[in-house]
Design a protein around this ligand. Sequence first.
Ligand SMILES: Nc1ncnc2c1ncn2[C@@H]1O[C@H](COP(=O)(O)OP(=O)(O)OP(=O)(O)O)[C@@H](O)[C@H]1O
Ligand SMILES: [Zn+2]
Ligand SMILES: [Zn+2]
Length: 801
Amino acid sequence: MRIASVIVDVPTMNTDKLFDYLVPEQWEEFIQPGMRVSVPFGPRLIQGFIIELKEHTEVMKLKSIHEPLDIYPVLNEELLNLGKWLSEQVLCLKISAYQAMLPAAMKAKYEKVFKRIDDRTNPFLDEIFGNKMELKWDAASERKLLPLLQQEIKNGTVEIKYLVKNKANKKTIRVIKCLLTNEELLQTIEGLSQNALKQKKVLEYFLQNGNEYIPVKQVQEVTGVAPTTIRSLISKGYFQEENKEEYRDPYEHRIFEKTKPFQLTEEQSMAMEPIIRSIEGNYQETFLLNGVTGSGKTEVYLQSIQSVLDKGKEAIVLVPEISLTPQMVERFKGRFGNDVAVLHSGLSIGEKYDEWRKIERKEARVVVGARSAIFAPFENLGIIIIDEEHENSYKQEENPRYHARDIAIYRGKLHQCPVILGSATPSLESFARSQKGVYTLLSMKKRMNNQALPSVSIVDMREELREGNRSMFSRELFEKLQDRLSKKEQTVLFLNRRGHSSFVMCRDCGYVLQCPHCEISLTYHRFTSQMKCHYCGYEASVPSVCPECDSEHIRYFGTGTQKVEEELAKLLPEAKVIRMDVDTTSRKGAHERLLQQFQEGKADILLGTQMIAKGLDFPNITLVGVLSADTMLHLPDFRASEKTFQLLTQVSGRAGRHHLAGEVVIQTYTPEHYSVELAGKQDYDHFYKKEMMMRKLGSYPPFYYLALITVSHEDLMKVVSITEKISNYLHSKLSKEAIILGPATSPIPKINNRYRYQCLIKYKREPNLTQQLRHLLEHYQQQITSEGLTINIDVNPYMMM
Ligand SMILES: Nc1ncnc2c1ncn2[C@@H]1O[C@H](COP(=O)(O)OP(=O)(O)OP(=O)(O)O)[C@@H](O)[C@H]1O
Ligand SMILES: [Zn+2]
Ligand SMILES: [Zn+2]
């Protein structure tokens, strides 16, 4: 008797365990861990993952697996173990861990067929396929042919094809193949009547091109015949016609110019050396590649990957979301061509699925992708690279709430390969680890060609106001804009939209209301007109005059990109502006197209939000303007300063990367704030020291770990009382060193009529923490499943809302 233990697709805590099923005899040899199966569960059939196979079970009334959904495992042993580990680390359901590792198309409904790919005589295949080339999975399963077909797949005579059921997602092209031998072809051509010139052309074409399948479109184009001609040849039985699945290649129409490795600079070679040692020596080491903007980090990645490929191994490169991808993709495809698969959120479900299969089938050995590409099903990993490692998009903000960096290091250890974290502005956590020797620090302090970092001038907008300038452009920025227009050089204007209007600031002195207990700015709530601290719950009313300077110009803050665009049109009507924000880039491909236009010099000014801050490497940009540096500084988040510093440094780094020198103007109401001042000097080391001090004072990471519990329900009283009970429970179970803040309202206190409260745990070492948290979830399970209560637990949170 063979028993399969299965994780089923029912997302509740009660079902988050292995269920045993009997493996029907006919599949005993065939079923393997990591395959998806459909199994009876209650009255219905659902999908599940086989985790392990065994001989015995305690279960009395054993049900049987209904049918396998894969012919090969979709999760290999490594990923199965990783899923288990992940669910323990981030307290998620195992089913969501496994689903997160696979492309969305594999969750969708699809149809599977077997396809004959070799039609030499083969009595078995001739019999089961008849005169067709395809056989539906269901039919094969019914006829109990799966084990035999598995053998044929091994022999290379049959392959399996997944068709996404949604027609729009499936891409096929019509192909034909000549069924006649060359001799028969010649005879047929001779036998054709004089008028059948067109048919003759087609037959001759096939005479030259052998008996491959050829796309109908191509035949038409080359021979110039009409579709009717081809149809009549098919009806005569000369040709076999078929629909062939084609990879949906999002970069199909792009030609990537082949690039050659650069001669490395001295700094680059120094940085590469230990990486190569780790590759050659097959041992794991985590490197923090801290290179200033434009120092050539990408070239270090490319050449490291090359030596991994030379050893016959594979590489994962993570880049943050879409914003970076177009230029990044170009660089990787340019160097490694079709060896590169690309995975990011800008692709359709079908495209992602096809890219994923290229990896699975070992047709691509390098993947460049966003967060989830960390789960690429490579089996022989030689390097994992995370570019812009400080980016928050590497943390998934829904279940499973994992951070790609942790997965990278886990996989790196398993494969004994190097992990490179690259950034001009590393996260405080990573830099602290490099200082402690947990990561190996590699520094590159110079830009290419020894080009200087751009000179930055910080403009005090309070001063502008005092001198009567009420425009959103300071006089200095405006003059420089005019200057670039006349010189035909390009400008990037950056507007930070995050934190929009949510804080109150004095326009005269820049004062922002802070929580007296938490060193965090207070958030303004329109409905109650109250200021609140979302860490400790402190509340205050909005003052009518600034407590610092008595000015009446104290109000909420923010401007939008559209408003800036209108203002530019008024002030500089001759300037051509490309605006990039969520509105102008929502259409597929828009992002890439706008950047392309800017690169080709079709505009003078690129105006945008976060999405233009990073990764751009265009030679003609000589001016960067930051319209309001402070907006993010006052978010209710202990990382606000860090994020501000990173963003300002990154955006400044877009200027003067090649031969022309660059200038940056940063407009701010708080020029004395250290993250603005030090970003102006691009002085990471100082910033790090200063920020570490602040974190130490506030007991925040990297000195403490955090866990954030958010409770929500429609009934406010219930939310408050449950959060309080949770807080009390943790107080009694955790060590004296742990700090438990809250209950306090969440920064977003109500979503969809549900109230939200939270509780923040700061701790250094609590070996029992995840166990206690899991216990809490189990304790409230009843209310979670039947009374609409939600409890979200975020271990190492990056979004404090
Ligand atoms: N060894 C080299 N010789 C000549 N040019 C190089 C070399 N290495 C890199 N470059 C070029 O220098 C420019 C800057 O490099 P790159 O974009 O990799 O910097 P980066 O460190 O990734 O910067 P950022 O963090 O700002 O994205 C690129 O145009 C790149 O092609
Ligand atoms: Zn003031
Ligand atoms: Zn507080």
